[in-house]
Design a protein around this ligand. Structure first.
Ligand code: FPP
Ligand code: MG
Ligand code: MG
Length: 403
């Protein structure tokens, strides 16, 4: 069907707007307390920004749904969007500057304060992408404390730089700034969606932390009904792994994609499709990540393999392997903490079809994400269709990647 569509590079399609968002974030994390400012800006500096996968997907989704030109300008039919131009730093004129990669262009970056109500839909969608990235980075700061990580994005982890306490507080601060920006969107449904994501991130992390205990309760006492607190006590390990992955990874991108659609003024049907796309993309990405932790090239990945086993975490490959080698259950329960456990578990994973089944799971969700894109209402705009092709490309890369 898409034979004669050139595969676009997803990141270069949105490069200019991505730059605007990065510039905005650098301002969003400023504060007059130097210790806090230093910690908060750590991962927003040039070169420390990571792949910015989430803002890229969200900007592409915004453009995939609306007829806009490459520069982000509305070309037609945009209702209140028509004539949108970035106001050149009216409220923030002292700090308004040209986007660093954009010196030849007239457009200047919008650096209006976080609480100020954005002027149009595209601005609102950009702010949503900014909020999503702020939440993501906040979760990474907290994650690195919980995991005791030493590196992140090729840098020393912030917890090593400033200590656990300030790293946690910097994460809280990013969430606070994200909240103010979220309020500026004046959209209660979107506020609710993103607030639920925060709950999901915490739940995913706690599910991962208590996985071994759950495993024990389930396999130990059969289908005992005494633990009515856990709704998932009757589900399989794989089902709970998928649920955890949704909370930890897919909810943020799924609900943000839905929010971008709502902020673009699209129907609830279209917004649900956007959510479904983001959710399955997030799941596919996480499942591939968990496979790469076993089969990846550590020099490409920038971290040693089998990290999950070493951290005591059972992901899809070992959970599937346990169906063939039940002795793995006791290793999972004790979080691979006895001498030789990690090596034994890895050996059994490679002797089973765990890697293949986990890869199938990633593929299944890749296809569900691609299906969702197909269900978006047809649009008669070349750039929107190019952005859809870019979303397909990102989806395929999420699962075919080696790092
Ligand atoms: C990275 O996972 C971590 C996450 C995707 C979410 C972490 C969430 C929390 C710490 C809950 C607190 C939430 C907020 C909003 C502050 P990983 O450790 O598997 O991956 P890594 O290799 O990138 O460290
Ligand atoms: Mg971690
Ligand atoms: Mg973690």
């Amino acid at each position: 069907k898409y034979e004669n569509i050139l595969v676009p590079d997803p990141f270069s399609l949105v490069q200019k707007e991505l730059q605007f968002i990065s510039d905005r974030m650098r301002v969003a994390v400023q504060t007059d307390l130097p210790a806090l400012a230093n910690a908060a800006e750590y991962f927003f500096k040039y070169g420390a920004e990571g792949k910015r996968m989430r803002p890229t997907v969200l900007l592409l989704m915004a453009s995939a749904l609306s007829p806009v030109s490459n520069s982000g300008d509305v070309v037609r039919g945009g209702g209140e969007d028509v004539g949108r131009r970035m106001s050149s730093g009216d409220a923030f004129s002292s700090s308004s500057f040209r986007s660093s990669r954009n010196s030849a262009e007239e457009e200047t970056v919008d650096l209006s304060p976080a609480h100020e109500v954005p002027s149009d839909n595209r601005q609102r969608q950009r702010r949503l992408a900014e909020i999503t990235e702020l939440i993501h980075v906040a979760s990474l700061l907290h994650d690195d404390v919980l995991d005791g990580s030493a590196t992140r994005r090729g840098l020393r982890a912030l917890n090593l730089e400033v200590g656990n306490k300030l790293a946690i507080l910097a994460g809280d601060f990013l969430l606070a700034r994200a909240s103010v920006t979220l309020a500026s969107l004046r959209n209660v449904e979107v506020i609710e969606l993103l607030s639920r994501v925060l709950e999901h991130l915490v739940k995913g992390e706690v599910m991962q932390m208590t996985q071994a205990k759950d495993e024990d309760e389930r396999s130990g006492s059969g289908s005992s009904s005494s633990s009515s607190s856990s709704s998932s006590s009757s589900s399989s390990s794989i089902e709970r792994y998928i649920e955890k992955s949704y909370y930890k990874t897919a909810s943020l991108i799924g609900n943000s994609a839905k929010a971008v659609a709502l902020l673009g003024g699209h129907s609830s049907e279209t917004s649900e499709i956007a959510e479904r796309f983001g959710r399955h993309l997030g799941l596919a990405f996480q499942f591939r990540d968990d496979v790469l932790d076993y089969i990846g090239d550590s020099s490409l990945l920038g971290k040693p393999t089998l990290g999950d086993l070493r951290e005591g975490i059972a992901t899809a490959p070992v959970l599937f392997a346990a169906e063939k080698f039940p002795e793995l259950h006791s290793l999972i329960k004790r979080r691979f903490k006895e001498i030789g456990d990690v090596e034994r578990a890895a050996k059994l994973v490679f002797e089973s079809d765990g890697i293949e089944m986990a890869s199938d799971l990633a593929n299944e969700h890749r296809n569900l994400a691609l299906d969702a894109l197909e269900e978006l209402p047809d649009i008669d705009c070349e750039f929107a269709n190019t952005c859809r092709a870019a979303l397909r490309e990102i989806t395929n890369r999420a699962v075919d990647r080696k790092k």
